[in-house]
Design a protein around this ligand. Structure first.
Ligand code: ADP
Length: 179
């Protein structure tokens, strides 16, 4: 699914984020930037050991929830990896939505800072961190829309959904948003 906000393009695709040819890909990291399973494991496996070496040396303190840090992308087709730390879902009353929105916004800000024309995101927090996918879709896509409307960049934002369920949930929310 593709929609435009002014001259910017927002795409939803089903697939694997590690194969995306974009300027930056976003990793759903943990706050220690320690590497893990899920999309984080897939990104580190595809990028090679340089990624973990760089997060260890540049960000020994890790990264707080709701924030993101940038590294190079090792052997990935992208130029940069933005390691974003989404919230663990604890029922919805612990500022999870605010933290999820902040993690997405920080990545979009990093994209602008690093002159990225294109960026690909996974569905941050919807795996092991347990954020309900329909709620995550709304918070995430609204954050992208608001950023693109305000800043008119990056040119292309792609959300790469791993599986039909997540793709369906994000598409339904995006359809509602543009009606
Ligand atoms: P979190 O800890 O933030 O929940 P996960 O990696 O467990 O992170 O899951 C985040 C989302 O990424 C989930 O929807 C999961 O299905 C998805 N995912 C896992 N592997 C990939 C991949 N290779 N490409 C894109 N998305 C992926």
């Amino acid at each position: 699914m593709i929609v435009h906000f002014f001259e910017c393009r927002l795409e939803l695709v089903q697939g694997d984020i590690t194969t995306q040819s974009v300027d930056a890909i976003v990793n759903a990291a943990n706050s220690r930037l320690a590497g893990g399973g899920g999309v984080d494991g897939a990104i580190h496996a595809a990028a090679g050991p340089a990624l973990l070496a760089e997060t260890d040396s540049r960000y020994p303190e890790g990264c707080p929830t709701g924030d993101a840090v940038a590294t190079s992308a090792g052997q990935l087709p992208a130029k940069h990896v933005f390691h974003a730390v989404g919230p663990v879902w604890r029922g919805g009353m612990q500022q999870e939505e605010q933290q999820l929105r902040s993690a997405w916004r920080r990545c979009l800000e990093l994209a602008v800072e690093h002159s990225c024309r294109s960026i690909a995101f996974p569905a941050i927090s919807t795996g092991v961190y347990g954020y309900p996918v329909d709620l995550a879709a709304r918070a995430s896509l609204e954050t992208v829309r608001d950023f693109l409307v305000e800043h008119r960049q990056p040119e292309m934002v792609r959300v790469v959904l791993f599986g039909e369920g997540a793709y369906g949930a994000f598409s339904r929310v995006l359809e509602e948003m543009v009606q």
